[in-house]
Design a binder for this molecule. Structure first.
Ligand SMILES: *Cc1c(COP(=O)(O)O)cnc(C)c1O
Length: 399
């Protein structure tokens, strides 16, 4: 194996200002110019190694952006203050009043709310489709459509987007394919598979510590330069800048992402297989019973497994909540939203992360009030964790 996302990060060597083994954190909101010409030049074009103002770009954000671009295999990248900052910057950069978006209907609740409730205020409307139905995707495209948006692994139903086929549709109609790869960094090479632009919430697996909120946009040099433009760039003008101290922390955690991700996948596979054996309805892309199991095998990088997310359908909400409260008492993990953490997190998507999605649309997506979403942690003794989950499910009357 000569090339992998983790190998490309490993080979990205950055010395600190005094030769430290970690890049130096830049502690300046603004930067000095050695001459007036340099200042004029920097306001009109990007000059390698030169910075003008920290909201535009700062050295630590630059380093983290480069590392992420190497991971994804894109020309360039721009880190942001949050995943939503990354997603909304891309949407607002690409779309103008009157344009349309074709989006998967199974997306993160915040993204859904932005497209459904916020963006129409600026004259940009979205057609939501079942992203696994390629015919429906193509039928939703009009002459006003500018982009197709989806998540590689959807939230919370864990459907897999057929990125190569979506790219063909995008090319046929001259659209941008924008993919949120938050659930599957390294596992699904979204850019290699066809995404023009890949966005991340780094808050989740990429950082993995649940101590920071951050995001990233990865794409071509031209697109990233347009985001940073002092005249009309969304990243520059809307201001979702990432603090360099946080960027430094995330950079260090990025170096262990491949190790963590494999362990998340290994533990999730164990939990998913054993829950399914108990007769519970389990959605996990690694299980042959998952509708997209064969598809994901053709898309994924097998080194990293099938990911750390599992969704269960326990039919009724009060049962699911009772089980989650008990799992917290049993120290399986925390009853909390978010994901990609070293501890297991569990939540009920219908009343939390997907609550922005109206009930009838939740039903159309296959969501029931009894859904329980697991982000499986890095537990050393996963057999013990499973026996605690089993006890909690018994306590709640599921089994
Ligand atoms: C959490 C999440 C986001 C939003 O990211 P923030 O960092 O919380 O702004 C976007 N997409 C997906 C898939 C997420 O899980």
């Amino acid at each position: 194996m000569n090339d992998s996302p983790a190998r490309r990060i490993q080979d990205y060597q950055v010395f600190g200002e005094y030769g430290e083994v970690n890049p130096s954190i830049s502690d300046g909101a603004t930067f000095t110019f050695m001459s007036a010409e340099k200042m004029t030049q920097l306001f009109s074009e990007e000059v390698e190694g030169c910075f003008l103002y920290s909201r535009h770009l700062n050295p630590m954000d630059y380093v983290l952006s480069e590392a992420l671009a190497k991971m994804e295999g894109t020309e360039n990248g721009q880190v942001m203050g949050s995943g939503m900052g990354a997603i909304t910057s891309v949407f607002t950069q690409i779309c103008s009043c009157g344009d349309e978006i074709v989006s998967s209907r199974t997306i993160y609740g915040g993204t859904y709310a932005f497209l459904k409730n916020f963006f129409p205020k600026f004259g940009v409307n979205t057609n939501f489709v079942n992203i696994t139905d390629l015919e429906a995707v193509e039928n939703a495209i009009t002459d006003k459509t500018k982009m197709i948006f989806c998540e590689s692994i959807s939230n919370p139903m864990l459907e897999i987007a057929n990125l190569p086929e979506l790219r063909k549709i995008a090319d046929k109609h001259g659209l941008q394919l924008v993919v949120d790869n938050t659930f599957s960094p390294m596992m699904i090479p979204a850019h290699d598979l066809g995404a023009h632009i890949v966005v991340y919430s780094l808050t989740k697996f990429a950082n993995g510590m649940n101590d920071a909120v951050a995001g990233a946009v990865l794409g071509s040099h031209d697109f990233i330069a347009s985001l940073r433009s002092v005249n009309d760039g969304a990243a520059m003008l809307l201001g979702p800048v990432l603090d360099p101290i946080r960027a430094s922390m995330i950079m260090k955690n990025l170096h262990t992402l491949h190790v963590r991700f494999k362990k998340h996948s290994e533990n999730a596979m164990y939990i998913a297989e054993n829950l399914e054996k108990l007769g519970i309805k389990v959605f996990y892309p690694g299980l042959p019973s998952h509708p997209d199991h064969e598809l994901v095998k053709t898309l994924m990088n097998p080194r990293y497994g099938f990911g750390g997310m599992i969704t269960l359908d326990l039919k009724e909400q009060d049962i699911s909540i009772k089980a989650m409260e008990q799992m917290q008492i049993e120290k399986v993990g925390y009853f909390a939203v978010s994901l990609g953490f070293y501890k297991t997190l569990f939540s009920s998507p219908g009343s939390s992360t997907s609550s922005e999605i109206p009930e009838e649309e939740q039903a159309a997506m296959g969501m029931t009030p009894g859904l329980m979403r697991f982000s499986v942690g890095l537990d050393d003794d996963i057999e013990e964790s499973f026996s605690r989950i089993k006890r909690s499910l018994k306590f709640a009357g599921v089994i």
